[in-house]
Design a protein around this ligand. Sequence first.
Ligand SMILES: Cc1cc2nc3c(=O)[nH]c(=O)nc-3n(C[C@H](O)[C@H](O)[C@H](O)COP(=O)(O)O)c2cc1C
Length: 472
Amino acid sequence: MNFINGVEAKIADLKEKYSLKCTIPSLKVGNKSAQTGIVQGGMGVGISLSGLASAVANEGCVGVIAANAIGMIEPDYFHNHIEANVRALRKEIKKSREAGNGLIGVNIMVAVDCFAQLLETAIEEKVDALFLGAGLPIKNIPVEKIRAAGVAVFPIVSSGRAARLIFKSWEKMYKDIPDGVVVEGPQAGGHLGFKYDQINSESCKLEVIVPEVVEALLEFQGRFGKEIPVIAAGGIFSGEDIYRFFKLGAKGVQMGTRFVATHECDADIRFKDAYVKAKEEDVTIISSPVGLPGRAINNRFLKEVLQGMKKNFRCPSKCLESCGAKDAQYCISEALDNARKGDLDNGFAFAGSNVHKVGSITSVKELISTLRNEYTIAAFYDMLKTEYDKMADKLAAKKEEYSTVLSTFSSEVQESLRKTTLENEIKFKQKMESMSEFIEQTKSEYNAMLNKFYQLSEDIAILNSGKFNLSN
Ligand SMILES: Cc1cc2nc3c(=O)[nH]c(=O)nc-3n(C[C@H](O)[C@H](O)[C@H](O)COP(=O)(O)O)c2cc1C
């Protein structure tokens, strides 16, 4: 067998050995299950419509349509924005259903003026899941209707406290709890659920808040006797990142930025190109007219706003409760919609902190296959590394044991030599025999461990070589 064949055989062996344990786990979505625990985050305005959502759902993940200001894709939004929103949402859900059988969710901001109508529409259309953010989804939630339609509910939170408050309130008001939760950290794209000074603070890191939320939900899990999946979001870019958050207790991840740079994303190519071109220093935190910080790619539009320029805009209604529409320098929905259409002179692109890592536009299929492969490598690597470390400890312990026994034996030999009696001689012979047995056994155990140790080092080297690809 030549070297290449040897490596390939080894890879095949590794895949067989670990593939079951090392694939991205499935995700419970109410009474249903997504084959792969990746949720494509809802992205407004019009960035994630039926095109992106259905492509993601068809790959066994959860595709999400963003409902906020979705009516901007209709011609009459500025005359009748609520009707336009409802009509557009219904159309997009239907289109995504026609495109396949995967799981489709709808993302709605709790604070929008037509929250009730959008919610009603999504329930009527029996979407698989609702992702409710930008506010706490506590009051006026039609839980009975939601259950009757078989729709799962996932509030989007940014702390364990918020998660506990929502679940406690639901329990009290509805004798029910949501089906899971999305924890969105401060590295996410779009509006952020943090104060400006929390964005870079240690205590608000996604790595810190995910375990906090997992912990906060344990009591509800126990009381209601059901698993409550926690989905981590914000700055998750690679399969290795996904693996890291699963290890911290997440049962799924939500990703936005990576899905923008796909052929199927519903935004104009100029929006996607802005992602490919973005450098690390281009990513900025804005102060959105709706009173929240947001993460975006800096451009002329945003620089002019920062300098105090007031843009021309139309406001059909104060569509978000917190919007300072009267004094605003621009309308966030209109600016985002312009960007969606590729007019970045009159708008800007929201994006996550890792947008500078986007190198090209790819297909959803390829992206998910890459993520799966990276996850598997990270999981393999972690398992091998754990085995390797354990084996190294065992080897060290065996060495220690061996030298202790040898030194005890040598003092016993010396002692026996000093007092040579017949009785001692017999004892000495017996001791010698058992000692050589011990030495032989220890040697063979040691050699077996050493072989295993070398084999693990070799496996790790193969994984590190970049030759490992699960998808072929
Ligand atoms: C362009 C863009 C628009 C977004 N719009 C929304 C939105 O309308 N509602 C929402 O809850 N989250 C929104 N998000 C957040 C995403 O759903 C997701 O949680 C986030 O992008 C995850 O972080 P990542 O981009 O680093 O993967 C948006 C994100 C981006 C990049």
